[in-house]
Design a protein around this ligand. Structure first.
Ligand SMILES: NC(=O)c1ccc[n+]([C@@H]2O[C@H](COP(=O)([O-])OP(=O)(O)OC[C@H]3O[C@@H](n4cnc5c(N)ncnc54)[C@H](O)[C@@H]3O)[C@@H](O)[C@H]2O)c1
Length: 333
């Protein structure tokens, strides 16, 4: 049985990852400050498991790490401010919070060296998106491409810059202090309990609210979506593979890259509705294409995505549909 620490455990990926590892029977310590993560029934159920412990703490404070005083075989560093809206409205906070969390984790890890097994750092495809927009990198995109920030002054890119900095910080601390670290770049992970600030839940919300005409942005953009259970399994495989130490690994689903117009069509079919459409351009700075090359992930871990897009969208639709029905019921009470 391993002792596992999940930082950012009340968030989208953190919750599903923690649930999976707890169900495997490992001892799991969860940490979050609920900046975005939710204290909902799902999270309460997870906390009720006998092998799960929860620590509420702000990881931008180095002193918070004094609360983690055990040996940890696996540390998943997922805590971060994410989302375009946060980057656009508070880029300075995105920089402060994301860099402080990463630096504090690494400072604590180097000081606690004998108590640390391995760290997995969650980065993002956004670190190379500028290269795609400028036509410098191929799509599907492998790991070993130059990372490009199109405009350092544009608040939107503060998130990518904080993650790019985080990757470099992890690599240099790993070398300097002999820490075992892997970096994963997630690519469009989706599924139940992912909040509302991403294309799939935004569309679902509008569809479930009966919006007509239905507002849609960037139908000419394409993405390769990866269901969260696949992302969780891939993350655990990267963590547990000796070959991935010191490596950057793309996590996503390369089996199907689709246009947002096709995604919309599929969601409308699942919901069995046919509203009029109000088509709008994609938000400025949003990359036109995104699809990971996951050859490295396959080679190092043997991972293969299991959930088809349709299967994942049905599961996600059902979760959001139940969520809204309950919300409506609660409002009427
Ligand atoms: N979901 C995706 O498709 C995707 C894509 C690329 C990268 N990522 C990365 O994966 C990680 C997880 O993403 P997610 O979608 O689950 O995000 P999320 O926002 O749902 O989860 C992040 C969690 O970190 C917590 N957090 C923020 N600041 C904190 C602090 N100071 N102290 C303690 N906890 C704090 C939040 O409350 C939240 O629960 C993030 O690092 C994100 O950058 C995700």
């Amino acid at each position: 049985m391993a002792n596992v620490l999940v930082l950012g455990a009340a968030g989208f990926i953190g919750f599903h990852l923690s649930r999976y590892i707890a169900d495997e029977g490992h001892q799991v310590t969860l940490c979050d400050n609920f900046m975005r993560g939710k204290q909902d029934l799902d999270f309460a159920n997870l906390l009720s498991a006998p092998n799960v412990r929860f620590v509420e703490a702000d990881l931008t404070q180095l002193s918070s790490f004094n609360l983690f005083n055990e040996h940890y075989d696996e540390i998943y560093l997922l805590a971060s401010v994410v989302g375009v809206r946060n980057a656009e409205t508070q880029p300075h906070e995105v920089m402060r919070i994301n860099t402080n969390i990463t630096h504090n984790t690494l400072t604590w890890a180097k000081d606690q060296h004998h108590n640390i097994g391995k760290i997995l750092y969650a980065s993002t495809s956004e670190v190379y998106a500028g290269g795609v927009s400028l036509g410098h990198v191929p799509v599907p995109t492998p790991e070993q491409i130059p990372l490009t920030i199109e405009d350092i002054r544009n608040p939107r890119f503060s998130y990518a810059i904080s993650k790019l900095w985080g990757e470099a910080c992890c690599l240099h601390y790993a070398n300097a202090y002999a820490l075992k670290i892997s970096i994963v770049r997630y690519h469009n992970i989706y599924g139940p309990r992912m909040g509302f600030a991403h294309v799939i839940p935004e569309l679902l919300m509008r569809i479930l609210n009966g919006e007509n005409p239905l507002t849609v942005y960037g139908v000419d953009q394409s993405r390769a979506f990866c269901f969260v259970s696949d992302a969780v399994k891939a993350s655990i495989k990267v963590m547990r593979s000796g070959q991935t130490n010191g490596e950057i690994v793309h996590i996503g689903n390369d089996t199907r890259e689709i246009l947002i117009s096709e995604l919309l069509e599929q969601l409308l079919n699942i919901a069995s509705v046919r509203p009029q459409l109000s088509l709008n351009p994609a938000p400025e700075g949003s990359v036109k294409r995104r699809c990971p090359d996951i050859t490295k992930l396959r080679q190092f871990t043997g991972f293969a995505p299991e959930i088809s897009l349709n299967e994942g969208l049905v599961k996600t639709f059902e979760w959001y549909s139940n969520y809204f029905t309950k919300e409506l019921r609660d409002r009427q009470c």
